[in-house]
Ligand binder design. Structure first.
Ligand SMILES: Nc1ncnc2c1ncn2[C@@H]1O[C@H](COP(=O)(O)OP(=O)(O)OP(=O)(O)O)[C@@H](O)[C@H]1O
Ligand SMILES: [Mg+2]
Length: 244
């Protein structure tokens, strides 16, 4: 059975002054995929991610999400279907854990019960008694988990994650990787996950995209990309996997 496509970039371009952040970028993401995006700094990963929730619109070409062109759609409604997790969690520092998680449901005038918040915390392996704590008192790894729980509270169809585990140590990172894999299985959301860490990308992704200078270098299953790097850039990149 051919899986449905949920996100389509069609020759999308974005320029800053005279430099392309995204160049003739055509790419499709299947519904329910766990896409991991890797590539060097400045390669256009964050630009690509922000085009999915319409924080950026292409200068030319188009981006369609669920069949709707982001340049001609209600972006507020679009963003309600999309969770966005950034490095550090991007939490509201003056609110406690419960208030942070309830923030988007409250905007949508939806009630979210303490039990549901407890379930969300459980999904990211945090104890329910953390709920009333001020987020500024939490460790980096804990804040990151709350950021993921907050994104999940809106039951997103699409979860965008921009280097979410970049600032956490090895053990916490492993736990968070396990948690997100579990969340993907449970929620069936489409995940687009940007990382600098190729090992993480290979471990988590059902599909990998390597980007450089705003363009697609290679895409495929982790095995495929690993075994058949396409050109010098991909080959250099894949070499990272060999060194422990
Ligand atoms: N607001 C902006 N103004 C000017 N240039 C920008 C802006 N945002 C991004 N760029 C440029 O666009 C290019 C792509 O940036 P982007 O943030 O998408 O890269 P990235 O792959 O996410 O990099 P990193 O891995 O460092 O996060 C870079 O050359 C960057 O300098
Ligand atoms: Mg970035």
């Amino acid at each position: 059975m051919r899986q449905e496509t949920i996100i389509v970039f069609d020759r999308a371009e974005k320029m800053y002054e005279d430099k392309y952040a995204l160049r003739d970028f055509s790419f499709e993401i299947r519904k329910g995929a766990f896409l991991t995006v890797v590539g060097g700094s400045g390669g256009g990963k964050t630009t690509m991610l922000k085009m999915i929730n319409g924080l950026l619109l292409p200068d030319s070409g188009s981006v369609r999400v669920g069949g709707m062109d982001t340049a001609h759609t209600d972006l507020i409604a679009l963003r309600r279907k999309i969770g966005y997790v950034i490095q550090g969690g991007g939490l509201f520092p003056h609110l406690n854990v419960r208030e942070n998680i309830a923030y988007v449901p409250r905007l949508k005038k939806e009630k979210i019960s303490p039990e549901h918040i407890g379930e969300l915390l459980d999904m990211v392996a945090l104890p329910a008694d953390i709920m009333e704590r001020n987020v500024s008192e939490l460790s980096g790894g804990q804040q990151q988990r709350v950021g993921i729980a907050r994104a999940l509270a809106a039951r997103p169809e699409i979860l965008l994650m921009d280097e979410p585990f970049g600032a956490v140590d090895g053990i916490t990172r492993k736990q968070l990787q396990d948690a997100i894999r579990d969340i993907h299985e449970r929620t069936k959301a489409t995940i687009v996950f940007v990382t600098h860490d190729l090992r993480e990308a290979v471990r988590l992704g059902s599909w990998i995209l390597i980007m450089n200078e705003g363009e697609v270098v290679q895409q495929g299953t982790p095995e495929d990309v690993r075994n058949n790097p396409n050109g010098d850039y991909a080959a250099q990149f894949i070499k990272q996997l060999e060194c422990e």
